[in-house]
Design a protein around this ligand. Structure first.
Ligand code: NDP
Length: 294
């Protein structure tokens, strides 16, 4: 198999991808809207294409790392005839529907689109912690797995081209909302002069317990509940959790802190109780998340 790869988009992510491919000995052809960004990579051995059409022509595998999907269309405008037979692997972000539309666009030009969401910042690319969610034609992901694995572990999540971004956005949400919760908590103890380090060991322990298999392994337990559509509350009813959530909002507000995010959570709990889930468990809020506006 031809092991060359074209990389379109030489921002922070794309440039690092090129370096990783070059370090693995792959012939790399590059193109970027702002041509000067290709120069340091050309100095490291990449071939600088004079146009997007030339970059497309160079290899079957075309890795795209741009700010969004509009950038891809703009880059290939006028070069569509070169798309035929190409495997486009787009690692940029977009809304799932944009990805589905882009897959149809590629197919219309005789190309195939594999969509992807990479879960590390630039320095992480090509390191053991790196992985990306891929969706689209599985056979093409398999055909290019060896090359794509250079960037990070390949996690194929399904044929629907929107799926890679659903996983990507879902994981980023868990990341940012979990950290934001910790920051909020650290600010709360901070109002009494306690440094964040005074709280950190407890938070670290709780996160480990939640994700683990022990009696506090609530991630696994609620996963079973979500998939079963059953939310037994037992001694930890949602009603009790909602009362506690209201107390937390008071605590943040009384301490002079921004209570916007905790209040939004309290409202979600309250709406779920109002919908009749008060005697069930916390996981039942998923029912209201699925019915916005109710
Ligand atoms: P940068 O802002 O560094 O680079 C953006 C790239 O998009 C540049 O190559 C830029 O070209 C190109 N571009 C923007 N608009 C157009 C256009 N209209 N036509 C042609 N090219 C265009 O972004 P990153 O490299 O940081 O991110 C790239 C993608 O990777 C994004 O979708 C981002 O969400 C995703 N990502 C980023 C992570 C990160 O930590 N940075 C982590 C995981 C995913 P030009 O140089 O000419 O402006």
């Amino acid at each position: 198999m031809h092991d060359g790869v074209t990389v379109i988009g030489l921002g922070a992510m794309g440039s690092k991808m090129v370096e990783v491919f070059l370090e693995a000995g792959r012939p790399v052809t590059v193109w970027n809207r702002t041509a000067a960004k290709a120069d340091p990579l050309a100095a490291k051995g990449a071939t600088k294409a004079a146009s997007a059409a030339e970059a497309l022509a160079a290899n079957e595998l075309v890795v795209i790392s741009q700010v969004d999907y509009a950038a891809m269309y703009a880059s290939f405008a006028g070069a569509e005839s070169e798309l035929k037979g190409k495997v486009l692997v787009n690692l940029g972000s977009g809304a799932p529907d944009e990805l589905r539309e882009a897959a149809r666009w590629a197919e219309g030009h005789g190309a195939a689109l594999v969509t992807a969401g990479i879960m590390v910042p630039p320095p992480g690319i090509g390191t053991p912690i790196s992985y990306a969610f891929y969706s689209g034609p599985e056979a093409l992901v398999d055909a290019h797995r060896e090359t794509l694995t250079l960037l990070g572990d390949v996690r194929f999540v399904g044929a629907d081209p929107g799926l890679s971004m659903l996983f990507y956005q879902a994981m980023l949400y868990v990341f940012s909302s979990t950290l934001a919760a910790y920051f909020q908590a650290a600010a709360l103890v901070g109002t009494a002069g306690v440094p964040a380090e005074g709280l950190r060991p407890y938070v670290a322990d709780m996160l480990e317990q939640l994700a683990g298999d022990g009696p506090m392994g609530i991630v696994a337990e609620s996963t079973r509940e979500i998939d079963a559509g059953e939310y037994p509350g037992g001694e930890n009813s949602l009603h009790m959790m909602a009362v506690g959530m209201a107390h937390q909002v008071h605590a943040f507000a009384d301490a002079g802190l921004d209570a916007g995010v905790p209040a939004a959570l309290r409202d979600l709990f309250d709406r779920t109780v109002a919908a009749g889930f008060g005697e069930q468990g916390l996981t039942s809020i998923v029912e209201i998340i699925r019915k916005p506006g109710n």
